[in-house]
Ligand binder design. Structure first.
Ligand SMILES: [Zn+2]
Ligand SMILES: [Zn+2]
Length: 186
C-alpha cells in the first residue's frame, strides 16, 4: 500500500487516499495464542505536506483471526485503528533542534515520491491486538478438570475446591454479620 506524493511538492498541499491491500505473511505468536490477518486491509485518510514532513492521518481496518484465551476456539474480530504519523524523505537533511536529532525518533521514512505504508500499518495493527483475546465477554472457558469447552455443553464435573472456599467465606460472613460478642464466647 503506497501513497503517491508526487503532486504534493508545495507546502500545505494535501490529498486523500483510500487504499486496499493485504499482509498475508503477517502472523503473530503470542502466549495467549496466534493472530492471523487473512483478510484484506483497507486504509484511508489524508496526506499533507507540512514543509518538513508529510503528515499521514487516517484509519486502517481489517478482520483479525484470534484464538480465545479461555476456550482456545478460533474466532474473528474486526480491528480498526486511527493513526497520525509523520513521514520524512530520506534524501532530506535530518531534522534538528537544540537537543540534536531527537525529533527524528518517531518518524517513518520514505524514498522518492512514494510513502509505503505496509511496515507502519503492520506495527500499529500488532500494537492494537488484545492481550487476552476473548471469543465473547461471557466465555465460560475450558473445564479445569476434564478440558471440555463449557460454552458447548455442561461436562458435569464437580469442581469441589472452589465450592469449599466459597462455603468457608459464606460461613465467615455469617459469623461477622449476625453474632455479637456474647454469642461468640459461648
Ligand atoms: Zn472463548
Ligand atoms: Zn469437566
Amino acid at each position: 500500500m503506497k501513497i503517491d506524493v508526487g503532486e504534493l511538492h508545495k507546502k500545505g498541499s494535501s490529498h486523500n487516499y483510500d487504499l486496499r491491500g493485504d499482509l498475508p505473511d503477517l502472523r503473530v505468536n503470542e502466549d495467549a495464542g496466534e493472530a492471523r490477518f487473512p483478510y484484506p486491509l483497507r486504509t484511508s485518510g489524508m496526506v499533507t505536506n507540512s514543509g518538513l514532513l508529510y503528515i499521514v492521518q487516517g484509519t486502517v481496518e481489517t478482520t483479525v483471526v484470534l484464538s480465545c484465551s479461555r476456550c482456545l476456539e478460533v474466532f474473528e474480530a474486526p480491528l480498526r485503528v486511527a493513526y497520525t504519523q509523520g513521514f520524512k524523505r530520506l534524501t532530506e537533511e535530518p531534522l534538528q533542534n537544540q537537543d540534536g536529532n531527537r525529533e527524528d525518533e518517531d518518524l517513518q521514512h520514505f524514498e522518492a515520491d512514494e510513502i509505503v505504508l505496509d511496515g507502519f500499518l503492520k506495527d500499529i495493527l500488532i500494537t492494537e491486538l488484545p492481550m487476552k483475546p476473548l471469543c465473547r465477554e461471557e466465555c465460560r472457558g475450558l473445564c479445569p478438570r476434564c478440558g471440555a469447552n463449557r460454552n458447548l455443553a455442561e461436562c458435569g464435573c464437580e469442581l469441589k475446591e472452589p465450592d469449599q472456599r466459597w462455603g468457608k467465606l459464606a460461613a465467615f460472613s455469617r459469623t461477622l454479620g449476625s453474632k455479637g460478642e456474647d454469642d461468640r464466647q459461648t
